[in-house]
Design a protein around this ligand. Structure first.
Ligand SMILES: [Zn+2]
Length: 421
C-alpha cells in the first residue's frame, strides 16, 4: 500500500477515533470534573438553599420568589459556596481584594455573553444527547433543550436590563444581583452595580454569563434549584475559557482569515473542472477542511463549541465525500502510478460495492469498519462519483456546507444580547 494513501485516510480516522474514545462515550459530570481536576459538587449544598415557590410555565413568565445571586467562586475555583441574595462576599465576611468594575461587567453582557452562551449550548446539547433517557430526566439542563422551545431564540431576543446604579429586585422587592423582572415587559434584570463588589476581574465574565443563563432558564420553566444547577454548569464550563482568544478566533474566521477562506478559494479554482481535476487538488482542499474541523472542534469542545453537533458532523461527512472524489480521480487518472490508482479503485469498490449512493455512516462501516453507535451521518448521503458532472456536484455540496459554517461564524462574531440600561 503506497504510503501516500495511508496518510490520506489517517487524518480523518485519527480524529474519529479520538471523537469515539473521548466524546462518544457518555461523559458524566464526575468524570469530566475529575479530568479537569475540578472539585465535584455535592448536592448537599443545594439543599441548604431556601426553596422557592414557582409556577413554571412555557413560555409565559414564571411567578417566582427566589434568591438570584452570583455563585461565589474564588480563583482558582476552590471554595465554591452558594450564597443567599444580598450577601456580598460569599458569607465569610472577607474583603474582596479585586472587585470588578461594573462597566466591565456590562461590557461582558454586551459583547461576550451572547456568543459564549450560544457556543456553550452547542457543547452542552452534544453532551446531553449522549445521556440515556433516564439520565436526561435528572438533568436541569433538559429545560433548555426541550424540543417545544427554542432557547437560542430566547437568548437572542430577551431584553436584558443592565442596572448600573442599583440592584435588581425580585417579585417581593428584595435586592438581587439578577432577576426575571426588568423594567420593560419580558426583560430580565442583571445588576453590574450589585455584581461588581462580589466578583473579581478574573471571574467576572463567567459569573456574569452564568447568572444571565440562570435568569433566562426561568423563562423556559426552570425552577430555582434547576436554574442554580444550570448556573453552576455554565460557571464550571466558562471558568476555563479565555474569552479574548475565544472572540478573536471567531472574528478571524468570520473575516475570512484562515482555513475557511482558503477552502472557498480552492473551491473556486476547482469549480467546473470536473474530471480534469487532479486528485492532489482535491486532497489539498480536503486537508484544509480537516484542519478547519480540528481547529474548530478541539479547542474548547467540552465547554464551548462554535458549531452545533450536527454542523460538526456535516463537516466530517464532507471530508469523507471529498475523499471519495479524490479516489475517483486517482483511479481514473492515466498518469497516476498503477499501484496507486488500483488502490484507489479498490477503495471505491469496498466503500460503495454495488450501491450508487449510501449513508456516510454505512460507507465508513464498509471502508474502515468504524461503527458509530449513534445516528450521526445517517442523514448524510454519499454518492459514487462517475463523471465530471458528479465531481462538480460533489464539490459544490461540500462548498455549501462550508458557506453555512462561515455564516455561523459571522453570526457569532456579531450576535449580541438585547441589552439596555
Ligand atoms: Zn432564580
Amino acid at each position: 500500500m503506497p504510503e501516500v494513501k495511508v496518510k490520506l485516510t489517517a487524518k480523518p480516522k485519527m480524529k474519529m477515533f479520538f471523537m469515539e474514545t473521548v466524546m462518544k462515550k457518555k461523559i458524566t459530570e464526575t468524570a469530566l470534573l475529575a479530568a479537569l481536576a475540578l472539585p465535584v459538587f455535592s448536592t448537599a449544598s443545594l439543599k441548604n438553599i431556601a426553596s422557592d415557590t414557582i409556577t413554571p410555565k412555557v413560555p409565559a413568565p414564571v411567578q417566582i420568589t427566589s434568591h438570584h445571586t452570583l455563585l461565589q467562586v474564588t480563583t482558582p475555583l476552590k471554595n465554591l459556596a452558594w450564597v443567599d441574595g444580598g450577601v456580598s462576599d460569599g458569607g465569610g465576611g472577607t474583603t474582596n481584594p479585586h472587585p470588578a468594575d461594573p462597566y466591565f461587567i456590562s461590557r461582558v453582557a454586551n459583547e461576550e455573553a451572547a456568543p459564549a452562551i450560544l457556543a456553550w449550548l452547542n457543547a452542552q446539547e452534544d453532551n446531553f444527547s449522549r445521556h440515556s433517557q433516564a439520565e436526561k430526566k435528572t438533568k436541569a439542563i433538559r429545560k433548555l433543550f426541550d424540543p417545544a422551545i427554542d432557547f437560542r431564540a430566547i437568548v437572542r431576543n430577551t431584553p436584558v436590563e443592565l442596572r448600573m446604579g442599583a440592584p435588581c429586585q425580585n417579585v417581593d422587592g428584595q435586592d438581587r444581583d439578577g432577576s426575571i423582572y426588568g423594567s420593560r415587559p419580558g426583560a430580565i434584570c442583571i445588576s453590574p452595580f450589585s455584581i461588581g463588589p462580589k466578583v473579581s476581574e478574573f471571574n467576572m465574565a463567567a459569573e456574569t454569563i452564568a447568572l444571565i443563563v440562570h435568569e433566562l432558564s426561568h423563562l423556559v420553566g426552570a425552577d430555582e434549584a434547576e436554574a442554580q444547577e444550570i448556573q453552576k454548569d455554565v460557571l464550571l464550563s466558562l471558568s476555563h475559557v479565555d474569552f479574548l482568544s475565544f472572540k478573536v478566533d471567531i472574528s478571524l474566521i468570520a473575516h475570512g482569515n484562515g482555513e475557511i477562506s482558503d477552502s472557498v478559494f480552492k473551491h473556486q479554482m476547482l469549480k467546473g473542472k470536473g474530471a480534469r481535476m487532479k486528485s492532489y487538488e482535491v486532497r489539498n482542499w480536503s486537508d484544509a477542511l480537516v484542519r478547519l474541523r480540528d481547529a474548530i472542534s478541539l479547542k474548547y469542545f467540552l465547554n464551548l463549541n462554535y458549531l452545533t453537533a450536527h454542523q460538526n458532523n456535516l463537516l466530517t461527512a464532507k471530508v469523507i465525500t471529498l475523499g471519495a472524489i479524490e479516489d475517483y480521480l486517482c483511479s481514473t487518472d492515466p498518469n497516476e502510478d498503477h499501484v496507486v490508482s488500483r488502490y484507489c479503485a479498490e477503495k471505491l469498490e469496498k466503500g460503495f460495492q454495488s450501491d450508487q449512493s449510501l449513508s456516510v455512516r454505512a460507507y465508513l462501516k464498509r471502508l474502515d469498519d468504524i461503527d458509530f453507535d449513534e445516528k450521526e451521518f445517517d442523514d448524510v448521503v454519499i454518492r459514487r462519483p462517475q463523471s465530471g458532472a458528479d465531481l462538480d456536484a460533489g464539490l459544490n455540496y461540500v462548498y455549501e456546507t462550508l458557506i453555512e459554517i462561515w455564516d455561523t461564524f459571522k453570526d457569532l462574531d456579531t450576535v449580541k444580547l438585547k441589552t439596555y440600561n
